[in-house]
Design a protein around this ligand. Structure first.
Ligand SMILES: Cc1cc2nc3c(=O)[nH]c(=O)nc-3n(C[C@H](O)[C@H](O)[C@H](O)COP(=O)(O)OP(=O)(O)OC[C@H]3O[C@@H](n4cnc5c(N)ncnc54)[C@H](O)[C@@H]3O)c2cc1C
Length: 422
């Protein structure tokens, strides 16, 4: 199709129905997220509503929702409406313990991005240890008799989002307790989440033990601690299948090693991307990684119109829930109130003009492939929180040591060592 002007934000859902039918999962379920609206304005409002106070003590709380300390900023962080640097600076006045803990989590996100940009598709391979046994499991993902899993799945279904604890519950139950194929579970969660990303396969690898050899064992005690009162409502309260810890196998064999030492998988470029000022771009190309007003290419060319392409071949494979597509169209529609924005559907390599775009280097392997064909006139560096290095990736702490444990200008972080993420 010819590029279309971004719709009004209220028409995002009908736009997706009209133009992206067949490129998503769940054709019968069109409900947008109950909780999250896309767009820079929504992102700014969400950020302004988070002050970080109490984050350290409450980030793991699940129920009641009023007890939670997590920011719920991840859909906006995922799509570049809030950069990790902006989130980092935002908590500058929070109490030190909360600020450090929040920044620690931002660094986990940064680490996941570095892993993905360097490992690419290998993120779907067990990084260091064999996964729990893998069998085919079906039937419990949509609804569940266990109140804890049902609460997590209902929130995922309604909002396209869950707090970290619930993600760990689902991932551990799926792969560690049920012994189901972890990548299958990861893909199911990914498709439902507004913040789903291949980089965050790291979350699965750390939960199920393929990154550390120590799987997180989901059990009733965590539910009682993080969601008090929930077990009393459960049909299986007296016959709880997770009353005890799952059998732990301390000798998980190292059968699928991915080389993660210094120098293995160096970054393709250190993000010193060429910017050819003699070749003036005619339009700004936005990618799904960077839909915010502060996108470097967008900010550098305030007078140019903007093009976004829904990558049809990619979407056909991903089968995202339609609410994710609605969220993204809302982002573009919101931007359309300040800039001239066009949306196209197709293979970016076929539909984008060659040699005439300004774009920001996206930290995902697929960007380089498309950019090589499109040959942008100007490529702007990705706003990393920590610049890429060829340092070790074997663990968060190893990576963090390798990058000096601090971002430039930021305070020195305490070393956390291996953390038990419970
Ligand atoms: C099995 C599993 C799957 C996950 N899948 C995703 C995913 O697809 N997309 C995604 O963005 N995050 C994922 N995470 C990480 C984390 O759960 C979410 O980033 C977090 O729950 C988002 O909520 P929040 O914004 O309230 O986080 P907050 O606690 O408020 O933290 C602020 C930000 O820090 C980062 N962050 C927080 N916790 C983590 C973490 N454990 N790992 C990496 N970054 C973190 C996120 O960018 C988050 O938005 C996953 C974690 C697990 C255990």
């Amino acid at each position: 199709m010819a590029p279309l002007p971004a719709p009004h934000i209220a028409d995002a859902e009908s736009w997706v129905r009209a133009h992206l039918d067949g490129l998503h999962a769940n054709p019968d379920d069109w409900s947008p997220s109950r909780r999250f609206r896309g767009g820079q304005r929504a992102a700014d409002t969400a950020l302004a509503g988070f002050d970080g106070v109490g984050y350290a003590a409450r980030r793991n709380e699940v129920l009641p929702p009023s007890a939670r300390g997590a920011s719920a900023l991840s859909p906006y962080i995922r799509h570049g409406l809030i950069s990790l640097s902006t989130a980092w600076a935002h908590v500058g006045d929070a109490p030190q313990h909360d600020r450090d803990k929040f920044r620690d989590e931002l660094l986990w996100q940064e680490y996941a991005r570095h892993l993905y940009v360097r490992l690419g598709a290998q993120m779907a391979s067990p990084l260091r240890f064999a996964p729990p046994t893998e069998r085919s499991v079906d039937g419990w993902w949509a609804r569940h008799d266990m109140a804890c899993l049902d609460a997590a799945l209902s929130e995922l279904d309604g909002d396209g989002w869950m707090p970290n604890q619930m993600r760990m519950w689902l991932a551990s139950h799926w792969a560690v307790r049920e012994g189901a194929n972890w990548v299958e579970g990861e893909r199911r969660m990914f498709r439902e989440l507004l913040d789903g990303s291949c980089a965050n396969r790291a979350g699965w690898q750390w939960t199920i033990g393929t990154a550390t050899g120590r799987p997180y064992g989901f059990s009733r005690s965590q539910v009682e601690r993080r969601a008090p009162g929930l077990c009393a409502t459960c049909a299986l309260s007296t016959t709880c299948p997770i009353a005890d810890w799952p059998d732990a196998d301390d000798s998980v064999p190292l059968t699928h090693p991915v080389a993660l030492r210094r120098g293995d998988h160096p970054p393709l470029s250190r993000d010193l991307s060429p910017r050819d000022d003699s070749n003036a771009p005619a339009m700004v190309w936005l990618t799904a990684e960077s839909l915010g007003d502060a996108d470097p290419a967008l900010a550098a060319h305030p007078d140019l119109s903007v093009i976004f392409v829904f990558d049809a071949p990619l979407l056909q494979g991903l089968r995202l829930h339609p609410r994710r597509l609605v969220f993204m169209v809302e982002c573009l529609a919101d931007l359309g109130e300040r800039r001239e924005v066009f949306i196209d559907v197709g293979d970016p390599v076929d539909v984008l003009p060659v040699d005439s775009l300004a774009v920001t280097n996206a930290p995902v392997p697929g960007f380089g492939v498309r950019a090589a064909a499109v040959r942008p006139a100007a490529t702007y560096a990705w706003p990393w929180l920590v610049p890429p290095t060829d340092g070790p990736l074997a663990s968060f702490s190893a990576w963090r040591r390798g990058v000096g444990q601090e971002r430039s200008g930021g305070p020195r972080q305490r070393s956390t060592g291996r953390r038990r993420r419970r």
